[in-house]
Design a protein around this ligand. Sequence first.
Ligand code: G3P
Length: 218
Amino acid sequence: MKFFVDTADVSEIGDLAATGLLDGVTTNPSLIMKAGRPMAEVVAEICRLVDGPVSAEVAATDFDGMLAEARKLAEIAENIAIKVPLTWDGLKACRTLSGEGRMVNVTLCFNANQALLAGRAGATFISPFIGRLDDIGIDGMELIGEIRTIYDNYDHIETQILAASIRSPNHVKTAAMIGADVATVPPAVLKGLVKHPLTDKGLDAFLADWKKTGQSIL
Ligand code: G3P
């Protein structure tokens, strides 16, 4: 499974990129608002920190507007993935942009038929929002499983499942078990994946015993 980080916080991205485990970044208008800086500036900085796909979302809702914005965003860097919403205009824009060889992330996916349409439209990534489904009492992970089954039925669909709206380490684990290709994870959750109290306790005990031996490896 590939890891993307879901943030527009450049310093968080820098820290995570240094681990060598970061494969990409996703942003959205709400994350750009949180960053409180011009989108083009923030996204350009992110693209300098990370080689993999960096999703930048259009704000237009009509086909022509989306294409115009997508082309402008694509000028920022080669690793921009254009994010479009799961609407008919978004799917049309996806088809056009993917036909031009651009990476496209189709976002705000909440059911399997929407994902099937995005696959047919040539999306590079489909973003099912797990946490927001959980919020309304629907198991978001079931959707990941349904999309996996559908995409695996058709060789011509090469769209990667990008599990989004991840809220917990458990979401990451389950998405990986089901076979999501990518998880886009908030920085705090991504950093939390390494944590286990027995790891900390075990390390403390090993280090204490090592000290008692009076040895040094170097
Ligand atoms: O990538 C989409 C994601 O940012 C949405 O997450 O937590 O706002 O539902 P959330």
